[in-house]
Each structure stands twice: as C-alpha cells, then as structure tokens.
Design a protein around this ligand. Structure first.
Ligand code: SAM
Length: 225
C-alpha cells in the first residue's frame, strides 16, 4: 500500500465494504485466512478493479495468473469469465499454498481452472497456450522476466496487469537498505515499460502497471506512416 494514499484507499475500501462486499462465504473465509496467516492477497480496491476490467472487456476469455497464493484473486477473475466459458491458468511456487488453493478452487465450484505447481520463471515458457489477460502478482525481483515471458503468449489486444509495482512507495522515497536492489530493478523496469510498450502506471493500492499488446496491423500501419 502506498502510504501517501492510505486514507484515499481506506475511503474506497469502506465504500466497497458497504456496496460491493463479496457476499460469497468463500471470499470472506479467504480474507479472514489471509489476515490470520499473513497471506499477501490483493486489496479490495484491486479486486474490484480486476473484476471491472474483466467484466467490461468481453474479449477476455483466457487468463494467466502468476502467483496463486490461496486462490483469492484467481477465483475472483475466474468468476468473471464463467459466462464466456473462460479459463484460468495459475502458477504457484509454494507447495502448501498450492495445496490450499486447490481446495479453495474446488470449493468455488467454478469451471475452467488449471493449476501449475512450480516456478513461474520456468513454467511460463512451457505453456502451450495464448492468453487475453495476464495477472502478475509474485516475486517482485522477477517482474521483468515474468513480463517478458508472458508478453510472448499474450494475444493481440490483450492486457498484462502487474500488481505492487510501486512497492510501498520505495521507488520515490528512501527505502530500507535490504530492498535497494529490488527497488532499483523495479524502477528500471518501469522505465523499460514506458519506453517500449503501451503502458500506464496507476497509483492504486500498491501501484498497478497495465500493458496493452496492440494489433499487429496497427503496428505495421504506424511504421508505414
Ligand atoms: N494473487 C494472490 C491473491 O491475491 O490471492 C496473491 C499472490 S502473493 C502476493 C504472491 C505469491 O506468489 C506467493 O504465494 C508466492 O509463493 C508466489 N510466488 C513467488 N515467486 C513465485 C514464482 N517464481 N513462481 C510462482 N509463484 C511465485
């Protein structure tokens, strides 16, 4: 969470609680579990934003998630594509979390999930499928690698959504010494995205980055003109 926006985010969160509170017992259970067991799940603002983007972009059918944890964000996204017979492929490196998320996906009764237990720095390359929406929410030190591997299997007009990209605001204010390398990497990654891609950086929650993959035709037209 960006400290500077704490009050604004709390305000949004209170409205979500009042009007958009997930009434499904499973979401409440997962939120409680995350609090008790220190599982870093997406914030309510990000959850609502993800739902909104997926709901309003009807071309989003197949989703890839990097960083399943207990399945909270995955179930959120999968729920939004049930009416389109969409799918979710989700990768998790931690065995305990992987097993817990398997149970949670089962409980959700949603169709179309495919779970991978492994390191996304190796697993993305092995995927034999293309995606319309890719959600990156795992080890920040690997964001560039996750992004580059993902972009290759992103369909034209697809989106990549990266959470926590502004890392508690350490990118623009003094950070603890132990985070210096990761902060430098993230800052360079943001420059790289601005320079080379259709990219927008948004100060929501802990910072969100969204990349759009253009249609090949529009790239060719731009090059000709
Ligand atoms: N997206 C989840 C949610 O909101 O419900 C939260 C994900 S949590 C922030 C990050 C997860 O990524 C952790 O469970 C961690 O074990 C996993 N992770 C970290 N590095 C990974 C890697 N290289 N490959 C796959 N998963 C990884």
């Amino acid at each position: 969470m960006l400290e500077e926006l704490k009050e604004a985010n709390e305000y949004i969160s209170s409205k979500i609680d009042k009007y958009k509170n997930p009434n499904l017992e499973l979401f409440k259970e997962l939120e409680k579990d995350a609090e008790v067991n220190n599982v870093p799940i997406i914030s309510k603002e990000i959850r609502q934003y993800l739902k909104f983007i997926i709901k309003t972009n009807k071309n989003i059918k197949d989703i890839l998630e990097i960083g399943t944890a207990t399945g909270y964000s995955g179930i959120t996204m999968l729920e939004e594509v049930q009416d389109r017979e969409g799918t979710l492929t989700t990768i998790e490196i931690d065995e305990d979390r992987f097993k817990i998320s398997q149970e949670n996906f089962k409980k959700s009764n949603l169709k179309g999930v495919s779970q991978i237990f492994g390191d996304a720095t190796e697993e993305i390359e092995k995927l034999n499928k293309k995606f319309d929406f890719i959600f990156i929410d795992a080890a920040k030190g690997q964001y560039k690698k996750f992004f580059e591997d993902s972009y290759k299997i992103l369909n034209e007009n697809g989106l990549i959504f990266i959470d926590n990209i502004m890392f508690r605001g350490y990118l623009y204010k003094e950070s603890p010494k132990r985070f210096k390398t990761i902060v430098k990497r993230l800052d360079e990654f943001i420059d790289y995205l601005y320079e080379n891609y259709d990219f927008v950086l948004l100060p929501i929650s802990d910072g969100v980055g969204i990349i759009h993959k253009p249609f090949q035709n529009s790239i060719k037209k731009m090059r000709k003109s």
